[in-house]
Design a protein around this ligand. Structure first.
Ligand code: HEM
Ligand SMILES: [Cu+2]
Length: 855
């Protein structure tokens, strides 16, 4: 017997005795419903529950799909015949840039996270993800910021540098005006919501699974989202830094990408593609996860090769980081690395292949397939289109072929086969599959089939001919073309196909308008699926939280839906009267404590508006109003945090079956500590990208680096700065000791010491910058100066954040909300503080040590 089996047989539920006896107290359900009730009227905007935020989030991402689709139709109409003059070249540039950017950043990535927000809690048997307000905030910032960003098209200020915005084309010299800044802005919102989503997903998947749902029993979709969150954590920081550098270069003329001053446009390409390639998997892996859920449900067979598929997901995640250079084969990088990355690119076909074979084997073992239902049709369409895209992918991984096909329509064809096959079709499958889980009625099978065939034929008609136009030499990103033999006819075919796709999508929209209704009850388990999201549920998710004993609990524990609904499993009510969920251990999923969750409130919406306003106004260079919005954002944020570390003295709560759980928890096993650790990893990755940039710029232009120590600040500067950093860390450590001793008289001294520690941090930055100001090197003069000052600026930013956290902690202490047992605020601040100190020391070592090594 394995450990998990031993636990299962030792628990109630296997011998007919469930954790909670019947009958349940009369007012129990009432109290649960009360806690999770939506606020009435306009205040529904303050709701943070995943049921609402998830649906809004998906709806908004879908809206962006439609909008970017309209742009695609515009382009295809323009390209239908040679020598067409419907769109001016400038407009065309904006349209294709916006199409690509919106599809990738405002549709695909947010959609992936939105589906996660909606599905994960119920699939895992949680009442909600652990940070509902974070999801709400991420959603609102994205929705508002994204819509304004899209609006830039109507004012003619949309970006036009292509979705990957290569400098020097996008530098201030060649892209004056605000257009490029709008692109950087749009990306900024996705960066924020992607990181927020990743934190939510990592902590949610690892800590809020139903009791007994060990890692080996976790639904594949949750696995895929966990891997994706990991990709976001390590890949997004590269693009965060890249956009930061480009914006700083555009605003302040710090030359990171300008060759004449020792910068290098290739730095952008490295950073962008280090993110950009994993990005494709950030989009594809969740889709693969959905397919791995849909196929078992539609065939009545558990997924064949579950463990292999998990391995394939993790393997793809790892490999995807080694592939970014295949987007740069034509940039003249060394032959050896080209060969290496070419081989690596082909290797990634292996884990994808494993998944495809697992799906085919499951379909082959099907118990029930006919009649073919719409979700399954879309899955089959996905197989076909995605495999074709994979084949052309192997072709372009062959270096000489890539040199040939580079920047032609062959690439446009390849990328759409992969993206539409790998993401859009699984998504429509998921839409038809999971609609009954939120809607009172399922979508129409008849309309769905029509939509499928229109889209399937349309996609192949649109994009297959593009392989041929590409091989015939038609370049991408041209607003029109001469009447070469064959080009005209093939393009007309493509345009016709695009309208067929549009017709199919329109049918789906009509279907949704006709049949999609959210209202308390859903349509139930219409596909007879096996996973927990199909339990009967309301706003509070399922009435009670079951202990699961396998991967398809609904198939293996037949009485489950009824028992869950009767409240016979764990946590059948709302014992504290608030929203709450069970936090379990990360591997075995044993209950650890009860997490009290926030309910509706204005702060996520207000701070999102503040954030959006801040970035938007900054983009159009209205600095003062921007700062005002920034302050609004921070105040709202602090208000929301203020309530998140409540009184710890709640008595333990009985959730049934003799399980007594503490309410909240502090220290390394609390969910907020985990979130903080993820944030630290993200921060370290941003800093790591900065270190990479510094060293990369040195390798391309060692000539602008100091050749003697004479131009460096003297040793005393970094020595003082480092001592200040260390001293502030010591003070925080002292506070920690103090707090552990738990005397209320210590609070005064604690506040003073923490305040002093904040000052020391600031002083360390001032000293470091002053040291550089004392030298002749300036940030605008060379890539060296820019890199040095950027390391300092990054550190200054982190210090500012830590200072805010420090002052906040002092305020908590002053209000008597900090004690030995109520110390989450302090613990999180401390963790981030130590990180900022470590980053500062590493930065000093790099900036002062590295040039001395060379000199
Ligand atoms: C649904 C039908 C679609 C059509 C008809 C379509 C059409 C096009 C066309 C004609 C171009 C080439 C523009 C040019 O190089 O001149 C293009 C580029 C692009 N498309 Fe699509 N597209 C569709 C869907 C999608 C989807 C679903 C995605 C992503 C999820 C996507 C992402 C992109 C990207 C990233 C580019 C490159 C833009 C650039 O070069 O800056 N497209 N699309
Ligand atoms: Cu790639």
């Amino acid at each position: 017997m394995t450990k998990a089996e031993a636990l299962d047989s030792a628990r109630p539920g296997n011998d007919g005795e469930l954790p909670n006896p019947l009958p349940r107290p009369a007012e129990e359900l009432e109290r649960l419903e009360q806690a999770w009730r939506y606020p009435p009227g306009i205040r529904v905007l303050t709701e943070v529950n995943n049921n609402i935020i998830g649906v809004l989030y998906i709806g908004t991402a879908f809206l962006f799909f439609l909008l970017a689709g309209v742009l695609a139709l515009l382009m295809r109409t323009q390209l239908a015949v040679p020598e067409n003059h419907l769109l001016a070249p400038e407009t065309y540039n904006q349209v294709f840039t916006m199409h690509g950017t919106v599809m990738m950043f405002l549709f695909a990535v947010p959609m992936v996270e939105a589906v996660g927000v909606l599905l994960l809690p119920n699939m895992l048997g949680a009442r909600d993800l652990p940070f509902p307000r974070l999801s709400a905030y991420a959603y609102w910032a994205y929705a508002v910021g994204g819509l304004v960003f899209f609006g830039s098209l109507f004012w003619g200020v949309a970006p036009r540098g292509g979705w990957f915005m290569y400098p020097p084309l996008t530098s201030y010299e060649f892209s004056p005006g605000d257009n490029a800044d709008f692109w950087l802005l749009g990306i900024g919102f996705i960066e924020i919501s992607a990181i927020a989503g990743a934190i939510e997903i990592v902590v949610g998947v690892l800590r809020t699974r139903a009791p007994g749902m060990t890692l080996a029993r976790m639904p594949i979709y949750a696995w895929s989202m966990l891997v994706v969150a990991g990709l976001i954590i390590f890949a997004f920081p590269a693009v965060i830094l890249a956009t930061l550098l480009l914006e700083v270069e555009r605003s302040f003329q710090w030359p990171f990408f300008i060759a004449a001053k020792g910068g290098d446009p290739l730095l952008w390409q490295h950073l962008f593609w280090f993110f950009g390639h994993p990005e494709v998997y950030i989009i594809f892996l969740p889709a693969a996860g959905m397919v791995s859920m849909i196929i078992p449900a539609m065939t009545g067979r558990p997924l064949v090769g579950y463990r292999l598929v998990v391995l394939a997901l993790v393997g793809t995640g790892f490999l995807s980081f080694g592939l970014w250079v295949h987007h740069m084969f034509t940039t003249g990088i060394p032959q050896l690395s080209v060969s290496f990355f070419s081989a690596a690119s082909m290797a990634v076909a292996v884990p994808s292949g494993i998944q495809v074979f697992a799906w085919i084997a499951t379909v082959a073992a099907a118990r029930r397939m006919r009649p073919l239902k719409t979700p399954m049709l879309f899955v089959l369409g996905f197989f076909f289109i995605f495999v074709l895209g994979g084949l052309t992918g192997v072709m372009v991984a062959v270096v000489p072929f890539d040199w040939q096909a580079h920047d032609t329509y062959f690439i446009v064809a390849h990328l759409h086969y992969v993206l539409i096959g790998g993401m859009v079709f699984p998504l429509f499958a998921a839409l038809y599959f999971w609609a009954p889980y939120v809607s009172r009625k399922p979508l129409s099978e008849r309309i769905g089939k029509w939509a499928f065939w229109l889209m399937f034929i349309g996609v192949n008609l649109t994009f297959f001919p593009m392989h041929l136009t590409g091989l015939a030499g038609m370049p991408r990103r041209v607003y029109t073309y001469a009447d070469h033999p064959g080009w005209g006819a093939l393009n007309l075919l493509s345009t016709g196909g695009a309208y067929l796709i549009a017709a199919g999508v329109l049918l789906v929209v009509i279907d949704m308008a006709l049949h999609f209704r959210i209202s308390g009850r859903n349509a139930g388990n219409v596909w007879n699926a096996g996973t927990l999201e199909w339990l009967p549920n309301g706003n509070y998710a399922s009435r009670s939280i079951p202990r699961v004993t396998g991967r398809e609990p609904l198939w293996e524990q037949p009485g489950l839906p009824r028992e869950v609904e009767q409240g016979r499993w764990y946590l059948p009510g709302a014992p504290t009267g608030r929203r709450e969920t069970v936090v379990t251990s990360p591997i075995e999923a044993e209950p650890q404590y009860l997490l009290l969750m926030p309910g509706p409130g204005w702060s996520p919406l207000v701070s999102a508006l503040g954030t959006a306003g801040f970035f938007l106004l900054l983009t159009v260079k209205m600095v003062l109003p921007a700062l005002l919005f920034g302050v609004v954002a921070i105040v709202a944020l602090l208000k929301w945090l203020w309530a998140s570390d409540p009184e710890p003295d709640h008595p333990r709560v009985d959730i049934g079956g003799g399980v007594l759980l503490p309410v909240q928890m502090t220290g390394p096993s609390s969910h907020s500590w985990w979130a903080m650790v993820v944030l630290v990893i993200v921060s370290a990755s941003i800093f790591g990208s900065m270190v990479f940039s510094y060293l990369f710029l040195w390798t391309v232009s060692p000539d602008v680096w100091p050749t003697s120590t004479a131009v460096l600040p003297g040793w005393v500067w970094p020595a003082i700065s480092a001592s200040l950093l260390l001293a502030s860390a010591m003070l925080v450590r002292w506070c920690n000791r103090r707090l552990l001793r738990a005397e209320s008289s210590t609070q005064r001294s604690l506040q003073a010491v923490l305040g002093a520690a904040v000052l020391l941090l600031f002083a360390s930055v001032v000293v470091e910058v002053a040291g550089h100001l004392s030298t002749p090197v300036s940030p605008t003069q060379s890539a060296y100066g820019a890199a040095v000052y950027m390391v300092g600026a990054l550190q200054a930013f982190f210090v500012a954040v830590v200072a805010c956290m420090g002052l906040y902690t002092i305020a908590r202490s002053a209000c008597g909300m900090l004690s030995a047992r109520r110390r989450q605020t302090f613990d999180n601040t401390r963790l981030f503080w130590y990180y900022a100190v470590a980053q500062g020391l590493a930065g000093l070592a790099l900036v002062h040590g590295f040039p001395r090594l060379l000199a």
